[in-house]
Design a protein around this ligand. Structure first.
Ligand SMILES: [Fe+2]
Length: 246
């Protein structure tokens, strides 16, 4: 089966449309979402409505989804993140707010031995950025493959016997081979707010028959998203960071 893997969409409708347009040729059957559907961006309702219509959707919540839906107050958020989360809470249609509020906490097992997480498998709010945190993550949960997001940085941590490795998604596309006996933690990158100095939207295709995850990058009209951010009265810095991918 082929799975489309999306993370950190952050209310970016133009990026979502570009990714779904590109992915039409990839023949996926299910869609996996790793949280942070909303926050930062200007189109929370439209993004949620598009997701709700996708086939075989399995989705978990992210920290921004918790704050925007009133589960948490976001006291640890910076000023721009907090302003956007509160703005989102105010504009969400009741049905979309309810859907967001009801997203399960990760880790979520979407297939035997395969999971979705937002931060790490053991803490949905924790960043997985280095080999030490990856080793703790491999020890915290029994899995063959776990997708994660939150850092907005496409990469794969692997565990072969006792050795933890890190592969970055530097070329377009990048293919991560899963292989027998190799455990993996894979981040598809951020669809709606990339932070690896590549402003193109990032997502992945997981093919369980081939045993591979491919990370793709797709350009989208980010100036349009930026104009919408400014028109909504959201912090202008949120538009600027989309242009440079940070
Ligand atoms: Fe995020």
């Amino acid at each position: 089966m082929r799975f489309l893997v999306l993370s950190d969409l952050h209310s970016n409708l133009e990026a979502l449309q570009a990714v779904l347009g590109y992915a039409r040729g990839l023949r996926y059957e299910r869609v996996l979402v790793l949280g942070d559907v909303v926050g930062y961006g200007p189109d929370p309702n439209a993004v949620i409505e598009v997701l709700r219509g996708l086939p075989g959707l399995a989705a978990i919540r992210g920290n921004h989804d918790k704050v925007a839906s009133g589960i948490e107050d976001g006291e640890d958020f910076n000023e721009a993140a907090s302003a956007a989360a509160l703005w989102t809470r105010g504009v969400l249609a009741p049905g979309n707010l309810e859907w967001l509020h009801g997203l399960p906490r990760g880790p979520l097992e979407f297939a035997p031995g395969r999971y979705l997480a937002h931060g790490t498998p053991h803490d949905e709010d924790r960043y997985l950025l280095d080999e030490g945190e990856a080793r703790r993550s491999f020890g915290a949960l029994s899995f063959d493959l776990c997708f994660f997001g939150h850092s907005h940085f496409p990469c794969a941590f692997t565990l072969d016997r006792e050795r933890v490795g890190l592969q970055l998604a530097r070329v377009e596309p990048t293919i991560f081979a899963l292989g027998a006996g190799r455990r993996a933690l894979v981040n598809p990158g951020s669809l709606g707010q990339p932070r690896d100095r590549n402003p193109k939207s990032s997502f992945a295709l997981y093919d369980d028959a081939l045993g591979s995850v491919t990370v793709y990058r797709v350009a989208y009209p980010l100036e349009t998203t930026g104009e919408k951010i400014r028109a909504a009265g959201l912090p202008h810095a949120l538009a600027e960071r989309l242009r440079i991918g940070v």
